[in-house]
Design a protein around this ligand. Structure first.
Ligand code: SAM
Length: 220
């Protein structure tokens, strides 16, 4: 097997210092989020940079995020959008909305973000019913893992051809390759990983980055 780099925390620190441009509002929100008991839900800094990069690469104007939490990944994405860009950010918890919006306001991107409080599946169905099929450039999926397969089919409909879906937590901290782990949430991700690899409607790239990111390009 070709040599592969072992990723240490020192290397990640180096990547964050040399490979990301975290702005002052992003850093402030990251540090604030770090003080919360749910802090581990936030995407890491280098993943925020990748989402930002993808949005710029696609010239994206319409983006969706499932799972907002304090809005750190949202802020990375919204700051890559043009002034008239729109990010539909969906989370079932209203308390995250109030918290996230104050940080987005401070960062000057609040007007680009449309926070929808509610279940992701229902909200996606509502958007489809409202005629938004095939109109999104990028969908970032980071809500409840058990619904990922449902989100996949709905996001595939919402994306335009050439649009990209990004799934977080696709390696489940390594549990996907541990036969001793038979947690239904992990089994669902294993199934989805197999399915994505076999689905000829898409081209994928699975990255052993962060907790496993899969990029899905809609080709049909
Ligand atoms: C991992 S966190 C998102 C982290 C966020 N992307 C970030 O980087 O800070 C998952 C979020 O999904 C939300 N969530 C869980 N199940 C959901 C559902 N069925 N519909 C909408 N949101 C959901 C939770 O409230 C939580 O805020």
């Amino acid at each position: 097997m070709a040599d592969r780099l072992e990723i240490t925390s020192d290397l990640i620190e180096y990547v964050c210092q040399h490979g990301t441009r975290e702005t002052v509002p992003l850093e402030k929100l990251r540090r604030y989020t770090q003080s919360l008991p749910e802090a581990e839900m936030r995407v890491p800094q280098e993943q925020g940079q990748l989402l930002h990069f993808l949005i710029k690469t696609l010239n994206a104007k319409k983006v969706m995020e499932l799972g907002v939490f304090t809005g750190y990944s949202t802020l990375w994405m919204a700051s890559a959008l043009p002034e008239d860009g729109r990010l539909i950010a969906i989370d079932k918890r209203k308390d995250w909305k109030d918290l996230a919006e104050s940080h987005w306001e401070e960062a000057g991107v609040r007007s680009r973000i449309d926070f929808r409080v509610g279940r992701a599946e229902r909200t996606m169905q509502d958007l489809l019913a409202a005629g938004e099929e095939g109109t999104y450039d990028l969908v970032f999926i980071d809500a409840d893992k058990k619904s990922y397969t449902t989100y996949y089919e709905l996001a595939l409909r919402l994306l335009r051809t050439g649009g990209i879906m990004v799934f977080d937590n696709m390696l489940r901290l390594g549990d996907v390759i541990d036969p001793a782990v038979s947690d239904p949430a992990v089994d669902d991700i294993r199934l989805l990983n197999r399915r994505l690899n076999e689905d000829d409607r898409v081209i994928i790239s699975m990255l052993p980055f962060s907790d496993g990111l899969t990029l899905v390009l809609k080709t049909t």
